[in-house]
Structure formats: structure tokens, C-alpha cells
Ligand binder design. Structure first.
Ligand code: FES
Length: 256
């Protein structure tokens, strides 16, 4: 008999539990489950959960903590399931390796066709009142996760207005901005060559009225969004420092 270790994530926010529907082929076809999967050799359960949710739903699970475990026999396999409460999620869950996702209420969840290994846990969550797994610590955990990962959150839906971000790289803070160009997204350090402070202030737009230039909100320098070259203002002729990026999914990540 094979023995597998499996992790599953419990994320409840505003009284809604995140569930994923299994593909119509393979094991337990079409049933709803708590998202997760097998722990690979060398992984901790928390690392496995983070990886599985990235692959399955395109999100980053933050602050997983043990909630319950159980052992079940499924055919020729013995499964040890560890359920982890997730303190927060970065990104919007979407069905990358599952059929669909939903956020089920306390009334809806028990009525769904749930995978047998998860049914008891969902019933226990219902009995406990479907308490949110997010806590007062969640915003701080999310902020930290947003800063530490290479992926630039929000880059998947980059619009005309540049996106500012903060990253911790090699032990130092990098403030950056991501902007659309004719060649795709480009990233620059969000530090003005005139005075080494960020270009943005008080939520003002970083785009000139005609949309062709980035504007430093401090003293009005204009930068060509395609090249980062300052074309007007006190630092004319100088450039915003570029940050190397690479595509990741629908967005971008910073290169080391
Ligand atoms: S700090 Fe940017 S123009 Fe002065």
C-alpha cells in the first residue's frame, strides 16, 4: 500500500470558504475540495501548500498554520492529510489546474459534492461558525509577502497608469514602478535622478496629460516612458534606472 502525505488549505474570508473543483478526469472527478495536493520529498507541508496553490489557483498562500490532520485509506493508498488554515491570499484565485473555484458560504458548502476526505473538515468548520481564517495580522503578512516575492502583484492587470511596488532584494528595499511601453511592460526604480526620492506623492498620477511621459510629482521632471530618459525638468538628460523583469504568467517578475 502506498502512503501519501497531502496538504489542503482552509481560507475563509467574509464567511466564505475557498473551494476548488477537481477535473473531470482522474481521482474523485468533478468533486469540490479544499485546494492543495501532495507534499513532495524535501518540502515542508507549508511549502507544499504554497506551491500547490500557486500551480492550481495562481495565488500565494500566506501564513499557513496547522488546523487538523487525519489519515484515510483510499483504494490502495493511505493518505495522511494535513489541513492548514491560511491567514491570507495574494492574488485572485483562478482555475489553472482545476475545473473551477468558488467561495462558498456556510449554508452552501455542506450542500456541494465534496471530496470524502474533506467532508468532515468542512462540517467541522460549519459547526465552528465558519470563522474567518484571516486575522488582524493578515495585512502585515500580505504586505511582507508582496515585498519578498519576485512577482510584481498587480502586473497581470497593468493599465495605462504606472504601478508602483516595493521589493526586498538582497537585504535592501527597492522601490519600483512598472509602466506599459510599445515593447511591453518596463520597470524602473522609483527614484528621481534630481533628488533621490520617489516620483509619486499623495496619490497623484504619474502620467503626463498626453500619456507619453512619466511625471515626477516633486518638481515636474518628465521622463520618456519608453526609455526612462528625462526630457524636461531639473534632471534633463538623466535616466530612471531600469529594473530587469521577465514575464510570469499574465504578469511580470523581477530578475535577480
Ligand atoms: S525630485 Fe524629481 S524633479 Fe525634483
Amino acid at each position: 500500500m502506498t502512503h501519501l502525505f497531502v496538504v489542503a488549505g482552509i481560507h475563509i474570508v467574509n464567511g466564505r470558504l475557498l473551494l476548488a473543483r477537481r477535473p473531470l478526469t482522474g481521482d474523485l472527478p468533478g468533486l469540490w475540495e479544499l485546494p492543495g495536493g501532495k507534499v513532495e520529498p524535501g518540502e515542508t507541508p507549508a511549502e507544499a501548500l504554497v506551491r500547490e496553490l500557486q500551480e492550481e489557483l495562481g495565488v500565494v498562500a500566506v501564513g499557513p498554520e496547522p488546523y487538523a490532520f487525519r489519515t484515510v485509506t483510499h483504494g490502495e493508498r493511505r493518505l495522511t492529510l494535513l489541513f492548514l488554515a491560511i491567514r491570507g491570499i495574494l492574488g485572485t484565485p483562478r482555475p489553472l489546474e482545476c475545473l473551477s473555484v468558488r467561495q462558498a458560504t456556510r449554508a452552501e458548502a455542506p450542500l456541494l459534492s465534496l471530496a470524502p476526505p474533506d467532508r468532515d473538515i468542512v462540517e467541522r468548520l460549519v459547526a465552528e461558525g465558519f470563522r474567518d481564517t484571516e486575522t488582524v495580522e493578515t495585512p502585515r503578512l500580505l504586505e511582507r509577502a508582496r515585498e519578498e516575492g519576485a512577482y510584481v502583484f498587480g502586473s497581470e492587470s497593468l493599465g495605462e497608469e504606472p504601478l508602483t511596488f516595493v521589493k526586498r532584494r538582497d537585504g535592501r528595499i527597492t522601490r519600483g514602478l512598472l509602466v506599459r511601453t510599445s515593447q511591453g511592460p518596463a520597470a524602473y526604480e522609483n527614484t528621481c535622478p534630481h533628488v533621490p526620492i520617489p516620483l509619486d506623492r499623495d496619490g497623484e498620477s504619474l502620467l503626463s496629460e498626453d500619456g507619453r511621459h512619466l511625471v515626477c510629482n516633486n518638481h515636474g521632471a518628465l521622463f520618456d516612458r519608453e526609455t526612462g530618459l528625462c526630457v524636461s525638468g531639473p534632471c534633463a538628460g538623466e535616466r530612471l534606472r531600469p529594473i530587469p523583469i521577465a514575464p510570469e504568467g499574465d504578469g511580470v517578475r523581477l530578475l535577480p
